[in-house]
Every structure is written in C-alpha cells, then in structure tokens.
Design a protein. Structure first.
Length: 381
C-alpha cells in the first residue's frame, strides 16, 4: 500500500520518506500530520492495519498510542489549572486527602505532572487486574511512600502518571479522565482521540505489532534501584494491548487511541497558544507554565537527560536528535509515536504507527520524519 492523503508541495519530502519506509517494510502502517497555525499541511497515511497485510490503513484508522497518551492526560490537567479547579503548587492531598499517607502531604500537583513525585511505579505485588481496576490502582498509590525525595529529580512515571493525573482530573472536575478528554479536548478541537476506546470504534483500531524478538527483564539489575522498581511496578506489556480489557480501561498514561491527525488537532491548542477552532481552551499564561522547568538532568528511569516542564518534555538535543530549538515541547510513546508542539513556528507535528520500533525515546523512523519536517520548515520558512 502506498501513501494516501494530502500534503502541500513543500512537504513532498515527508510524503517521500513515509513512502520509502513503507516500501522497505520498516513501517507496517502509519500516519503523519503537520498542522501549521490551524492549517493541516500534512495529513498522510499508508500501509496496513494488520500484520497479515490484509486490511489497509484508512484515513480514520486508530492505534493504541502507549505513552503519547500522556500528552492528552496532561492537557486535561492544564485545562483544569486554567479554570482554577487545580493549582499546580497545591498539595495533591488538597484534592485527594488519602494521598497524604506515608509522608506525601507535601507532594504538589506539579510534581505529578513533571515525573518528580517519587511514585514512578507501584509497590509489588501489583498486576494488570489491579491496574485495570481504577479504585484499587489509585488507593495503592495513595497508600505508598515515595521512592525518592519529591521534587529533587525526575523518574519517568511510566504507567503511574495516568493514574495520578486521572485521579486529580476526576476529583477536580467530577468526571472521569475518559469523559473529560472526550468533552473538553476531543470535541472542541474536532480531534479523533480518546482514552481507552469506545466499543463502536474497535473495528477501526490497527493491530499494534511488537518487535519479533521480545526481550525479557534484564538480569543483574539492582532490585532496590529506581529503574528496577519502576519497571517491575509498571505491569502493562505488549501482550496486553488490543485486548478487550485494555480498550475498556482508563489508563491515562498508556491506552489512548488516535492517529496523527487527531493528535495534531488536539495538541495544536498548545502550539497556537491556547486557541483552536475559534475557541480558547487555555490562556496564554497557562501555556507559558508548560515551559516552567521542573527537572533537568538524567531521568532516574529513562537513563537519558530530559528537561521536564509542566506535563511535557522540553526541546533538548540531548534527548532527541533533530529536535528544534526554542519554545518546543513534546512527548513520545513506546515504539515511536510522537507529538511535537512548536510555539515559535506555531507548528504541531504528530506521527503514529503500528509496528513498534526500537529506541528509548522514539525510533529511527520517528527521528527521520522529525528531521524531514524541520528541514522543510527551515528551507521554506
């Protein structure tokens, strides 16, 4: 299957590189979108939605996005911050009293959004059945002690961030995270994104295909190290994706469903300084808070330098190659999906795919598309 969709002439190199990856079999199915100040200059898709290559990737194909989901979840929190329902500098326990247990009474909302709360995984034993049960998963985190001094460093909250932020959204808004994203993000931005997946949409979800050789948990790890505790305390694995339980759950860190067009539309609210489709979802002051640096150094779980702002990583060449400089924030999902919000250029770039690639933060394909998009923008202005 070739590349379908539309792109302006200047972005022809992006169409060409997607076609090349599909032709070489490096991509199975994928979508790419580039929104430039409200104009979708790139809206491309191609390949197949299944590993057997019998179902084409269509315009409205969805895929499970792993951690790119966090961009929607943290946007939901920022919308509540903008409305005064959440305060970034208030203790989480102000909204969630049970959370004060085990010395967590001083952990602030900002620590949760920036992966510095010390709750990067669940204490063992903790399994997928516990994760799928929202009250249980929340109660376990509320009862847990932090694994390092909150605010002192980041340790990527691989699967716990969705639970922590989701609980704050629920308590501040009276709605579930799934409901809030649907009504306050997807609807006003006309974005085809959701947390979990409505049963009516299951037929258009592409299979997420993991690497052919799945690696187990490495041997020789320090059992008390943050990396090990986070890895073991984050139970979701590739085999859980695309199951009925996964699609029916609310996992704000990992089980969002969407495509590049949907991501670009939803997150363009940040690139465009809070306003989209004639509606203001965030004030410019709240958008500025995204760039308030909360941690800057080697992340305790990821093992690479990350500059964390409020809910998003901030552009840094140490983190991802070809990332532009300036007021740029982003995040990625397992296997390569990404959304980049560039306020200086008012550009939003998104990529989703169903063949899981290698790499801690994006795959070689991710970096290739990012490079081509910014080469076009630098050349054409």
């Amino acid at each position: 299957m070739g590349v379908e969709g539309a792109s302006t002439d200047r972005f022809e190199p992006v169409r060409a590189v997607l076609g090349a990856h599909l032709e070489a079999g490096e991509e199975l199915g994928a979508s790419i979108a580039v929104d430039v100040d409200g104009v979708m200059e790139v809206d491309l898709w191609g390949g197949h939605a299944d590993e057997a290559r019998t179902v084409p990737w269509h315009r409205d194909t969805l895929v499970s996005m792993w951690s790119t989901t966090k961009t929607l979840t943290n946007l939901a929190a920022l919308i509540l911050v903008d409305r005064g329902a959440l305060d970034l500098h208030r203790p989480v326990a102000h909204y969630w009293p049970e959370f004060a247990a085990q010395g967590k009474e001083h952990i602030e909302v900002r620590h949760v959004l920036a992966h510095t709360s010390g709750l990067s995984g669940w204490e063992q034993p903790f399994c997928m059945e516990d994760l799928y049960d929202r009250p249980t998963a929340s109660a376990r985190l509320a009862a847990q002690a932090p694994w390092w001094e909150p605010g002192s460093a980041s340790g990527y909250h691989v699967q716990t961030q969705g639970q922590l932020v989701g609980e704050l959204v629920r308590r501040a808004s009276g709605r579930t995270l799934t409901e809030f994203v649907a009504t306050e993000i997807a609807e006003p931005t006309r974005a085809d994104v959701q947390i979990g997946a409505r049963r009516a949409d299951w037929p258009r979800i592409a299979d997420l295909v993991p690497p052919s050789r799945l690696g187990g948990i490495p041997t020789g790890l320090d059992p008390e190290g943050i990396f090990t505790r986070t890895l073991l305390g984050s139970p979701a694995r590739d085999e859980n994706v695309d199951t009925p339980e996964w699609r029916s759950a609310e996992l704000g860190a990992v089980n969002g469903h969407g495509n590049a067009r949907g991501l670009a539309r939803a997150l363009s609210v940040i690139s465009r300084r809070g306003q989209v489709n004639g509606r203001r979802l965030l004030s410019e002051e709240t958008v500025d808070k995204v760039f308030d640096v909360q941690a800057d150094g080697v992340d305790l779980f990821l093992g690479v330098p990350v500059r964390w702002g409020m809910g998003f990583a901030l552009a840094d060449a140490r983190t991802i190659p070809h990332m532009p400089t300036g007021r740029v924030c982003f995040w990625v999902g397992r296997g390569g999906s990404i959304v980049v919000m560039d306020l200086d250029r008012r550009v939003t770039f998104a990529y989703t795919m169903n063949r899981v690639g290698d790499g801690v933060l994006g795959s070689e394909r991710t970096h290739s598309y990012l490079r081509h998009v910014y080469e076009v923008l630098e050349r054409t202005g």
